[in-house]
Design a protein around this ligand. Structure first.
Ligand code: BES
Ligand code: MN
Ligand code: ZN
Length: 507
C-alpha cells in the first residue's frame, strides 16, 4: 500500500479518491443532524455543500457518500465518510472510518487514494495519523488468496494528507508506526487464514523463523525431541495423536545494549487444526478449527512489530503448535499426563484429561512453564480457548483474565490505543474447586458452567505467582461477516493489544 504523508492543501491532491471525514455536531441524538466537515479546505467544503444541504448524508459512523468529479478539486472523486457524533469520535472511530474509505475504493479498483487528516478535534496528532494508516492497511486485506477468480484490487498508493500547520514530525512518526502495526496485523491474519493442510505445526514454525530472519529476531523451532527433553507431557499429549510433528517456536527480542527490568513472556496457542481428538467435534463448522492457531499467530505478529518498533524491554515469544487429531496414538479421556516440571525440585503437575477437546490449555500449560524457565517475569497468553467465552461475551468483546491487577491495568491502558475490546472475567480461587480431580492434581475441564473461567483457572495453575494476563479470543479471531472497514475472515485480534501491553513495560 506504500503509505506516505503529504503536506498539502486538499484541493491540490491528485488522486483517484480523496476521503474526508464528517461528523454530526447536533446537540443530542434526536436533534436534526448538523453535519460538520472535518476540513478547512474551501474547495472541499464547497464540493460537498450541495449534497450536505440535501440531507442525504447524516454522517453516521462509517456512512459513505461518493461524489465524482468534484469541482475545484484535483481528485477524481470525493468520498465523505461519517464519524458519528462529534463529541464521541475516538481514535478507533478514525481507524474504522479510514478502513471504510479503503473498502469503498477496493471493489471499484481505485488504486490511489488520499485520506484527509481530520481537523478541529482534540485527538493527538501522532495517534491520529497512526490510526488512519493502520485502519487503511487492515482494510486492504482480503482472505481470497486461493481463489483463481481473485482480482487483486489492493490500494497501491495511500497518501495521508495534512495541512501546513500540522505537526509534521508527529505525523511521520504516526505514519511509520501505523504501517508497522497494520502490516503486522495483516501478517497475523494471513497465517490464520491458511488451512490446516497448508499450515502444519512445522510450516508455522518455518513462517515464524522466516519472519524472525527478516526482522532480526533470534528464533528456534524445536520439535518432538525437545518436548521430551523438557518433559512437556501436557503439550506432547496433544501432539502425540497426529502424524504431523509439533513445533515449539521460541522467538527472542533483545533491545540494544544490556538492560535490566522485566522480561515479558508471550505465549500463544498454535493448534493448526483442532478436530477435538478422541472427544471428536461434530462435523458442522469443524472446518473453522483451522483458526485455532490465532493466538499463536497474534504472538508472531506482535513479535514482528516489536522487532521493528524496538521498545526498550526484553521479550520472549513462545508458540506451542500442534495438530489435535484422533488416531491410534491419540490420548484418551481419562488419561493422566504430567506437565513440564516447574524447576529441578518441582515435579510437573499431574492432569486428568477428561476431554481431549480441551487441548489448548494443555499446550499452553507447558508453554507458560517454559516461558518462566527462560526468564519471563511477566506473562501474557492468547488463545482461541473456549466456545464458552462467546457464550459469555458474544462477538463484541474478547475475554481477558489476570492474576495481577497491575499487569491487567497495563493491558487496559494499552486498549485505549489499540482500540480492541476485551472484558475482564474473574479468576478467583473459589473457582479452583471446579477443576479439582479425584485422580490427579487437576483435571482439564470444569463442567457446564463458567467454561471460559475454568479454562483460565487451569492456566492460572501454571502461571502460579508470576503476573499473568490471559486472552481468550475464540469469539473474535474469525469474523463471520464483513464490516464496512474489514473483510470477513481472520481478524488478527489481540496482536495490537499485546503490542501495546509490551510497550508499557519499556524501561
Ligand atoms: N478451539 C476450541 C475452542 C473454540 C471454539 C475456538 C469455537 C473457536 C471457536 C477449544 O479447543 C475447545 O474445543 N474447547 C472446548 C472446551 C470444552 C471441551 C471444555 C469448548 O469450548 O467446547
Ligand atoms: Mn478443542
Ligand atoms: Zn482448540
Amino acid at each position: 500500500m506504500n503509505p506516505k504523508m503529504l503536506i498539502s492543501p486538499l484541493s491540490d491532491v491528485e488522486t483517484g479518491l480523496l476521503a474526508v471525514f464528517a461528523a454530526d455536531a447536533a446537540k443530542d441524538k434526536d436533534a436534526k443532524p448538523q453535519i460538520q466537515m472535518l476540513t478547512q479546505d474551501d474547495a472541499a467544503l464547497k464540493a460537498a455543500q450541495a449534497v450536505l444541504e440535501s440531507g442525504e448524508f447524516k454522517a453516521e459512523p462509517n456512512e459513505t457518500l461518493l461524489l465524482h468529479g468534484p469541482a475545484g478539486l484535483k481528485a477524481k472523486r470525493l468520498l465523505l465518510v461519517g464519524l458519528g457524533r462529534t463529541e464521541k469520535a475516538t481514535i478507533h472511530d478514525l481507524r474504522k472510518a479510514a478502513g471504510t474509505a479503503v473498502r469503498t475504493a477496493k471493489p471499484r479498483a481505485i488504486r490511489e487514494i488520499a485520506i484527509a487528516v481530520p481537523v478541529g478535534g482534540a485527538l493527538d496528532a501522532k495517534l491520529t495519523v497512526r490510526a488512519l494508516t493502520e485502519g487503511a492497511l487492515v482494510a486492504d486485506f482480503d482472505p481470497d488468496t486461493y481463489r483463481s477468480d481473485r482480482k487483486d484490487r489492493s490500494v497501491q498508493a495511500l497518501r495521508v494528507v495534512a495541512g501546513a500547520a500540522f505537526d509534521r514530525a508527529a505525523a511521520e512518526d504516526g505514519l511509520r508506526e501505523g504501517a508497522i502495526v497494520g502490516e503486522a496485523q495483516n501478517f497475523t491474519r494471513s497465517l490464520v487464514n491458511e488451512p490446516g493442510n497448508r499450515l502444519t505445526p512445522a510450516i508455522l514454525g518455518q513462517r515464524a523463523a522466516e519472519m524472525c530472519r527478516e526482522f532480526g529476531l533470534a528464533c528456534e523451532v524445536h520439535s518432538t525431541d525437545k518436548l521430551r527433553e523438557l518433559k512437556m507431557g501436557a503439550f506432547w499429549s496433544v501432539a502425540q495423536g497426529s502424524e504431523e510433528p509439533p513445533a515449539l517456536i521460541v522467538m527472542k527480542y533483545e533491545p540494544e545494549g544490556a538492560i535490566s527490568g522485566p522480561v515479558l513472556g508471550l505465549v500463544g496457542k498454535g493448534i493448526t487444526f483442532d478436530t477435538g481428538g478422541i472427544s471428536i467435534k461434530p462435523a458442522d463448522n469443524m472446518e473453522k478449527m483451522k483458526y485455532d492457531m490465532a493466538g499463536g499467530a497474534a504472538m508472531i505478529g506482535a513479535m514482528r512489530a516489536i522487532a521493528q518498533l524496538q521498545p526498550r524491554v526484553r521479550v520472549i515469544g513462545i508458540v506451542c503448535a500442534a495438530e489435535n487429531m484422533p488416531s491410534g496414538r491419540a490420548q484418551k479421556p481419562g488419561d493422566v499426563q504430567i506437565a513440564m516440571p516447574a524447576g529441578p525440585d518441582r515435579p510437573g503437575k499431574s492432569i486428568e484429561v477428561i476431554n481431549t477437546d480441551a487441548e489448548g490449555r494443555l499446550v499452553l500449560a507447558d508453554g507458560l512453564t517454559y516461558a518462566k524457565q527462560l526468564g519471563a517475569t511477566h506473562l501474557i497468553d492468547a488463545a482461541t480457548l473456549t466456545g464458552a467465552v462467546s457464550v459469555a461475551l458474544g462477538t463484541i468483546n474478547a475475554g481477558v483474565f489476570s492474576n495481577d491487577d497491575a499487569a491487567y491495568a497495563q493491558f487496559a491502558e494499552g486498549l485505549k490505543i489499540s482500540g480492541e475490546r476485551f472484558w475482564r472475567l474473574p479468576v478467583e480461587d473459589d473457582y479452583r474447586e471446579l477443576i479439582r480431580s479425584q485422580i490427579a492434581d487437576i483435571k482439564n475441564t470444569g463442567g457446564r458452567y463458567g467454561g471460559a473461567i475454568t479454562a483460565a483457572m487451569f492456566l492460572k495453575e501454571f502461571a502460579e505467582e508470576t503476573p499473568w494476563v490471559h486472552l481468550d479470543i475464540a469469539g473474535m479471531a474469525w469474523l463471520d461477516e464483513a464490516k464496512p472497514w474489514i473483510a470477513a475472515g481472520p481478524s488478527g485480534v489481540a496482536m495490537r493489544s499485546i503490542l501495546e501491553w509490551v510497550r508499557r513495560y519499556e524501561v
